[in-house]
Design a protein around this ligand. Structure first.
Ligand SMILES: [Zn+2]
Length: 378
């Protein structure tokens, strides 16, 4: 520490120099040696909470400004850890451990759901998916597979799979054609991207100011992707028979999402004073989903699937709404600073509420698929 504050106080004579430390003592040492020591000390200072063997956790007041996000969390911070230590801190206890794992587990849950959907939910035309069957037999088989999956996982069908199949056969003569899957898979991708970026952001942002800047942008991009892709199944399947509104709503939310990502690139966006603005921007994006939902209910309110999907969307709205409130107000840690440093602070609650909201929307997606597989445009 003493050598770090050395100031060169005299003109160099050949390779020798006088230097003064911060206690006013004069030292005589070769310039190269002084420079070398200064460099070593600066390097050491850069990762001051890390010794050769171990990095230490620090308190809020010891943090550089770019890591000061929540003054109600007082301890257990990682500060400017080397990248390797930051990566391996996924297996140690600090105030971001639960933030990392809640969304990492959420990511694996959605990955499993996606694999399950790919295996069980029919994709594309019958000739591709079921090459050895007649089109009608393939469609029946696909529908059965879809409903088995849906009933097994969620018990969503109001009657048995067989009864549904009979209904399809008698109502339409032939089982309905599977509708496009891309909006449903876009949503699953959006959810996985959001959860993975969030987890990585919480893991790595402690490394450096630059890393923190990049990771936070990826985190905001992930949240935006989740919100935008949440619109895709809602709008695509609800307005399958009204392409004008389909394109209108899909274009609107996509443009809004790109604008939100661009706004998040402005450095001031991540400052603590902008916490409310951040929450407000994402809340406005999500709230704009009310327009197609109300439109869906006016146009198709008599359809049980429209009502059921709106129910799931309302549940999602409640989860996300609570999440935004908790995120913006930093409850409960503001009531008892330091008591929720490791477990129970607002950001952890926010993460759990995001997963609950995303899962509700996935359930709505399954109902949309059932609706549009069973009922084509007329
Ligand atoms: Zn987070």
């Amino acid at each position: 520490m003493v050598v770090a504050n050395l100031t060169i106080s005299s003109v160099t004579l050949e390779k020798t120099s006088f230097a003064e430390n911060d206690e006013g003592q004069f030292l005589l040492s070769p310039v190269t040696e002084v420079m070398k020591k200064q460099q070593q000390q600066q390097k050491k200072k850069k990762s001051s909470c890390c010794s050769k063997e171990k990095c230490k956790l620090v308190d809020y007041n010891s943090l550089p400004n770019f890591l000061k996000h929540n003054e109600f969390i007082l301890n257990y911070y990682r500060s400017e850890w080397p990248m390797r230590d930051a990566v391996f801190s996924i297996f140690s206890i600090h105030n971001e451990t639960i933030n990392i794992w809640t969304h990492l587990i959420g990511f694996f849950v959605f990955l499993t759901i996606t694999f399950g959907a790919v295996m069980m939910v029919p994709i594309g035309s019958s000739s591709v998916a079921f090459p050895d069957m007649s089109p009608a037999a393939a469609n029946i088989s696909k529908t059965l597979e879809f409903y088995n999956h849906e009933v097994l996982l969620h018990g969503l069908a109001s009657s048995s799979p067989e009864a549904n199949l009979t209904g399809v056969a008698t109502d339409t003569g032939v089982a309905a054609q599977a509708t496009a899957r891309w909006p449903f898979y876009s949503y699953l991708f959006g959810a996985m991207f959001c959860l993975l970026m969030s987890s990585a952001c919480h893991l790595l942002s402690c490394h450096s100011e630059h890393t923190s800047y990049v990771m936070l942008r990826l985190d905001y991009a992930g949240i935006t992707t989740l919100i935008v892709t949440s619109f895709y199944p809602l709008v695509y399947y609800s307005f399958l028979c009204e392409p004008y509104f389909q394109y209108l709503y899909l274009s609107f939310i996509t443009v809004f999402g790109v604008a939100a990502v661009l706004v998040s690139l402005v450095p001031v966006f991540e400052t603590p004073e902008f916490r409310i603005v951040r929450a407000g921007l994402f809340a406005c994006m999500a709230l704009s989903g009310l327009v197609p939902i109300v439109h869906k209910m006016i146009a198709y309110g008599q359809q049980p699937e429209a009502v059921l999907t709106t129910g799931y969307e309302a549940a999602m709205g409640v989860f996300y709404g609570l999440g935004v409130i908790v995120y913006a107000t930093r409850i409960p840690e503001r009531w008892m600073p330091g008591k929720f440093d490791l477990a129970g602070h607002s950001h952890q609650l926010f993460h759990v509420l995001v997963i609950a909201g995303a899962y509700s929307h996935y359930l709505a997606g399954l109902v949309y698929l059932r609706w549009r597989d069973m009922e084509a445009c007329y």
